[in-house]
Structure formats: structure tokens, C-alpha cells
Design a protein around this ligand. Structure first.
Ligand SMILES: Nc1ncnc2c1ncn2[C@@H]1O[C@H](COP(=O)(O)OP(=O)(O)OP(=O)(O)O)[C@@H](O)[C@H]1O
Ligand SMILES: [Mg+2]
Length: 285
């Protein structure tokens, strides 16, 4: 894919590449956040030994499957970031952060803890396009508070980011604004649904139904009644995601979960999310 960036975008990426910063990209839907995040990653990796790439967008996640947050430590720029396996994953269980702010903020917090344990390499965090209203402001402000970016890059079409800009400046963050141009293509709602369907389909390929006794495991559910196909996070003891699964029901006191995960040694908690997925097609119901 050919990228095209205005001079201001390139200049900022150059400045970023000579620092060891934590960068957070913020903007509405279809502003080029994910593409610019990859460009920054590429420029950084020309100079740095290792860069962390963090996907904090549960909808159009380039890294990892939808409904999760993820982080990878990269040493060279991959030809296809979408095929890179995340080093750390956090389960959200929804394709939108709405109603899941606690999970999202806790997830970013947990990924930041890992980043710190690894000696704080430069890090680039891509975020969701949820920027509207009080919900958007709350989410972006809280994400910044847990991520503590050295720089927030705001991608703006018109003046839709003004309030978030002011909020983040008042939060003491350095913020740079870039103007989005025609080089960013707009996706339809159907494009977004198809993107997630393909990612889920690929993720669950080669899955098998496994049975789990809940004795000795922790269990949490987002809903009281659990439906067939409901998305499940299989978590280790710190709360990180080992693998996704789909709820297949209960039989003889055992929970049946369809998952590509093969090794359950570290499994401690089964966390049921909100999304319901068709195991064959990856379609959301
Ligand atoms: N600099 C660029 N040069 C060429 N194409 C671009 C550029 N930036 C974005 N695009 C194209 O525009 C579309 C939207 O870009 P992108 O996915 O990066 O935006 P986004 O803000 O991350 O969107 P979302 O809201 O879905 O997360 C994509 O098809 C991408 O390939
Ligand atoms: Mg994106």
C-alpha cells in the first residue's frame, strides 16, 4: 500500500523518531490514525532497537482480533502488521468501548505496566474513533491519564477535536494537531462490519470445542443469560487474555467453549463478554 502524507505529518514523525516517547493518536473515525500510527512505527524502527505498538481500538483493530486491546514489541517493521501476533492482550468483549470504559481503561493500565517492566521503549498507541460528546471526552481523557503520553497527536478534519484538545492541554499533555486531507479514505458501516467478520473468522479457524469444569476457575459474565456464540475471554491470573473463545453451552456441569487455544495451563478465569459471533462465518449477531 502506498502512503501519502502532508509535510507537517512527515515533520512530526521525524521529530518523534529521534525521541523515546510514548505517543497516543487520537481522532474521529476515518482520520488515518491507524495508517499514521504504522508510519510512525516504521520511522521509529529505522532508528530504534525496539518499539511497542499498542492497539487500543476494539473495533477496527489492526493488531489482534476485535474486542481486545493488544500490544506487540517490534524490532523491525512487519510487512503486514495485521498478521503479527500480539505479545500481550486484554479482553474487552465488545466491538465498541461504549459501556466498557472500565475494561478499556484497566486494559491500557495493564499494558502500560508491562511497558514499564520492559524499560519503557518508545511506544505508539492507536485509539478508537469514539470522540463525540461527553463520552468521547471522558474516554480520551481517561486513556491519556493511564497512558501518560509524552505526546498526543490529534488528527482533525474540521474542528471536531477542539474540546478534547483543550481538555488534554489542561491535563498537562503536549498535544499536536494535524489536518486530515483527502488521502484518507472513508469506510462504510458495512466495510467495518466486514473487517471484523473476517478477523473473527480467521481467528477461530482451526478451533475446537473444549470442556471446562468451573471448579477451581474464576468466572465472570457481562450478561446474566449467556447465549451460544457469546464471546469469551480465557484469562491468566494477572487478567491478560490467553485466547478468545465462543460459548457453546453447558453439559454435565461442564462449560463448552470453542477456541483455537491449545494450552490451558495458565487459564485461571473465564470472562464472558457481550458480542455474539457465528463460529463459522465470524459474523456478529
Ligand atoms: N496517508 C495515507 N495514504 C494513503 N491512504 C491512507 C492514508 N491514511 C489513511 N489512508 C487510507 O484511508 C483509510 C482510513 O485510514 P485509517 O484506517 O488509517 O483511519 P482510522 O482513523 O484508523 O480509521 P478507523 O476509524 O476505522 O480506526 C484506509 O483505507 C487507509 O488505507
Ligand atoms: Mg483505525
Amino acid at each position: 500500500m502506498e502512503w501519502e502524507f502532508p509535510p507537517a505529518w512527515k515533520k512530526l514523525a521525524e521529530e518523534i523518531s529521534s525521541q523515546d516517547w510514548r505517543i497516543m493518536l487520537v481522532g474521529g473515525v476515518d482520520c488515518g490514525k491507524t495508517t499514521y500510527a504504522q508510519y510512525i512505527l516504521k520511522i521509529l524502527l529505522e532508528k530504534k532497537e525496539e518499539v511497542a505498538y499498542i492497539n487500543a481500538d476494539v473495533g477496527q483493530a489492526i493488531l489482534g482480533p476485535p474486542a481486545t486491546l493488544s500490544m506487540s514489541f517490534l524490532k523491525r517493521f512487519p510487512s503486514q502488521l495485521e498478521t503479527v501476533l500480539p505479545d500481550y492482550q486484554w479482553f474487552i468483549g465488545s466491538n465498541s468501548p461504549s459501556g466498557f470504559f472500565t475494561e478499556v481503561i484497566l486494559g491500557v493500565h495493564s499494558l502500560v505496566q508491562v511497558l514499564e517492566e520492559k524499560g519503557n521503549p518508545p511506544a505508539v498507541m492507536d485509539t478508537s474513533g469514539l470522540i463525540k460528546g461527553e463520552e468521547g471526552k471522558r474516554l480520551k481523557y481517561m486513556k491519556s491519564l493511564v497512558f501518560q503520553p509524552d505526546l498526543v497527536v490529534i488528527l482533525e478534519r474540521e474542528d471536531e477535536m477542539e474540546e478534547i484538545y483543550s481538555l488534554l492541554l489542561n491535563g498537562g499533555f503536549r498535544v499536536e494537531k494535524l489536518r486530515v486531507g483527502d488521502f484518507v479514505k472513508v469506510k462504510t458501516r458495512q466495510d467495518r462490519i466486514n473487517f471484523r467478520r473476517e478477523k473473527f473468522k480467521r481467528y477461530f479457524e482451526g478451533s475446537e470445542v473444549n470442556e471446562f469444569s468451573l471448579k477451581g476457575l474464576g468466572f465472570v459474565s457481562h450478561t446474566k443469560v449467556i447465549q451460544r456464540g457469546q464471546l469469551v475471554g480465557l484469562l491468566e491470573e494477572k487478567g491478560f487474555l490467553l485466547g478468545l473463545g465462543l460459548w457453546m453451552g453447558v453439559e454435565n456441569g461442564k462449560v463448552k467453549i470453542f477456541t483455537p487455544l491449545k494450552n490451558f495451563d495458565d487459564l485461571k478465569i473465564i470472562w464472558v463478554g457481550r458480542l455474539i459471533i457465528d463460529p463459522e462465518t465470524g459474523e456478529e449477531k
